[in-house]
Design a protein around this ligand. Structure first.
Ligand SMILES: Nc1ncnc2c1ncn2[C@@H]1O[C@H](COP(=O)(O)OP(=O)(O)OP(=O)(O)O)[C@@H](O)[C@H]1O
Length: 296
């Protein structure tokens, strides 16, 4: 993904399309309505199409992980879902309403976004960074309340950032900073979250910790999660559904879509990643474990 087009997680809502009217949007997930939907969606940059004519629905309350080779368009699709990129054709619906017709605040109350490379502000305490997640809930008539403070405290605690809350965010290690951004997303308390490589910079213990948090908010709050991961075994372990984007001759489309065991087959790995591999049950979880055929 190109770094230049990626803003920090938005405190006032995704920004590429200017907010339009004040159309009401649902702020909770309604039964039977997909959390996100792409209809005949094409997306690209400067006339160069990256994804073509996609139709897909993300069921509310599920964890979906996009996988695929570098450059296959995972971040591009996530940015279109987040309204950080305008489609070249088709549309995105958020909780049943076209995302383009909604104001930034409406979108941000329904959708929290962690981009791949958020821009860290200078001279900002971790606690203040995380508090930005509460901006969509505030207005002239609704200033900061104890509920906002509690949401920030909960998010700091859930990510193990309580002890670092008064540190300057610019002084954190890569992994600590990534957890601070995740805390911001949690504090936003949106019913749907988009996470672009949330485990970047994290050691394995912290990767698992972040993915456990993701699973917990999904199970306890019913949060819908759409994320991008590169580790196929972790993707299989923590997701209800895997969406595989194609590359090479399959570029621009989805080559497999379904539950982890349906998707992670040797054929799909060959098609999507040009990878010779076996897939065996993980002895700990029973989920698919990808074993590349690499000579030692
Ligand atoms: N801002 C941009 N301007 C022009 N082209 C871009 C831009 N961002 C991405 N691309 C191109 O779009 C294609 C898909 O990129 P994208 O970042 O969505 O892939 P990805 O699957 O997320 O890759 P990775 O796994 O490497 O993060 C690539 O060919 C990339 O070069």
């Amino acid at each position: 993904m190109m770094p230049t087009s990626t803003p920090a997680p938005s405190s006032s809502g995704p920004a590429a399309d200017a907010p339009q009217d004040g159309a009401r949007a649902p702020e909770a997930q309604e039964p039977g309505v997909p959390a996100l939907e792409a209809r005949s969606l094409s997306i690209g940059y400067d006339g160069h199409e990256v994804l073509r004519d996609l139709d897909l629905k993300v069921e509310a309350g599920t964890v979906t992980t996009m996988i695929g080779a570098n450059g296959s368009g995972k971040s591009t699709l996530l940015k279109a879902f987040a309204r950080l990129l305008s489609p070249t054709a088709g549309q995105v619906l958020l909780h049943g309403s076209p995302i383009r017709g909604q104001s930034g605040r409406q979108v941000a109350r329904q959708l929290a976004v962690l981009p791949q490379k958020p821009l860290t502000p200078q001279a900002t305490r971790v606690r203040d960074l995380v508090a930005r997640g509460r901006h969509p809930h505030q207005s002239m008539l609704r200033p900061w309340t104890s509920a906002d403070a509690a949401a920030v405290d909960d998010a700091l605690a859930a990510t193990g950032m309580g002890d670092l809350a008064d540190r300057d965010a610019a002084e954190l290690s890569g992994g600590q900073l990534q957890r601070a951004w995740i805390a911001l997303v949690l504090a936003q308390q949106a019913p749907t979250v988009l996470l672009d490589e949330p485990t970047t910079f994290l050691d394995l213990t912290h990767q698992l910790e972040v993915l456990r948090i993701v699973r917990r908010i999904n199970r306890e709050r019913g949060t819908t999660v759409v994320m991008v991961l590169h580790d196929l075994t972790l993707a299989a372990r923590f997701s209800d559904r895997l969406l595989v984007l194609g590359s090479g001759e399959h570029r621009g489309g989805i080559v497999a879509d379904g539950a982890p065991w349906e998707v992670l087959t040797p054929d799909v790995l060959q098609t999507a990643f040009d990878l010779d591999a076996s897939v065996i049950p993980d002895p700990h979880t029973g989920r698919p474990l990808v074993v590349p055929h690499e000579p030692v």
